[in-house]
Design a protein around this ligand. Structure first.
Ligand SMILES: NC(=O)c1ccc[n+]([C@@H]2O[C@H](COP(=O)([O-])OP(=O)(O)OC[C@H]3O[C@@H](n4cnc5c(N)ncnc54)[C@H](OP(=O)(O)O)[C@@H]3O)[C@@H](O)[C@H]2O)c1
Length: 248
């Protein structure tokens, strides 16, 4: 029986580590073809090689999601090489948390550029392919911080609320094209994400919190597989999950 994952062409931004990498490995093991984007090309190339060596199909394309042209190139390369785009996972993101009064304006801009505009560029790149196909699936990565605003997380939370708003707007608009839309909001998952903080107090607090409660990245990969594997007429719109021990 088909798992509704086998043979699908899945584009993942931020595939060089953490949730993106774990998802690429999990979906490849289930027969998906992967198109991997990130800035660290050494990492996505060796991931693509490893997936191919295990019998999978994968392509690595250097991608900075703050560049609309580069996200388009990533998606178009997938469509040209494999003939279609079935799933677009807008996953790239960063979380340099700090209280607003520290005025880390560069980091605010970076989060807006990567976490919001990067998702919009992913939509812009994949939507024309999916409209033409009259089929497709967007999976956008929000966060528990897209539901709750923790101290020091104002800007990060704002970007993740925005991802949920965009996903819901997209969901309503793409009905005529038979496109599914899922937003996934993870709690603390063990990845390189806490390393993006530069404010020493906040970074220390978040690292300790993650060391205490974070769960492995394949928890996210399984949530992605669950959403994709549903029959085409079933659209899983929101998944919110946390470590069992996480309070906020
Ligand atoms: N881990 C958690 O607890 C958690 C919880 C909720 C939500 N999330 C969300 O999950 C997503 C993935 O994060 P992660 O936890 O897997 O962290 P991670 O291990 O730090 O991975 C982040 C990924 O984003 C990519 N990235 C960052 N800036 C980019 C840019 N300008 N262009 C292209 N790629 C870029 C990185 O690749 P390069 O540096 O190679 O470009 C990397 O592959 C993020 O959206 C994050 O907000 C994570």
């Amino acid at each position: 029986m088909s798992n509704n994952i086998e043979g699908k062409v899945v584009v993942i931004t931020g595939a060089s580590s953490g949730l993106g990498e774990a998802t690429a490995r999990h979906l490849s093991a289930q027969g998906a073809t992967l198109v991997l984007g990130a800035r660290r090309t050494d990492r996505i190339r060796s991931l693509a090689d490893a997936l191919s060596a295990s019998g999978g199909k994968a392509l690595a394309v250097a991608t900075d999601v703050t560049r609309c042209d580069q996200v388009k190139r990533l998606v178009d390369a997938g469509a040209q090489t494999y003939g279609r785009i079935d799933v677009m996972i807008n996953n790239a993101g960063l979380m340099p948390q700090a209280p607003l009064e520290r005025l880390k304006i560069d980091e605010w801009e970076r989060m807006i550029d990567v976490n919001i505009k990067g998702v919009l560029y992913g939509i812009a790149a994949a939507l024309p392919h999916m409209k033409r196909q009259k089929a497709g699936h967007f999976i956008n990565v929000s966060s528990v911080a897209g539901h709750e605003v923790g101290q020091g997380f104002a800007v990060y939370a704002a970007t993740k609320y925005a991802v949920r708003a965009l996903s819901e707007g997209l969901r309503q608009e793409v009905k005529p094209y038979n496109i599914r839309t899922t937003v996934i909001s993870p709690g603390a998952v063990a990845t390189e994400l806490p390393n993006t903080a530069t404010d020493p107090d906040s970074a220390d607090r978040v690292r300790k919190f993650y060391a205490d409660v974070a769960i492995p990245a394949d928890s996210f990969a399984r949530a992605v597989a669950f959403a994709i594997s549903q029959p085409e007429e079933v659209d899983i719109n929101e998944i919110l999950f946390r470590p069992t021990r996480q309070e906020l």
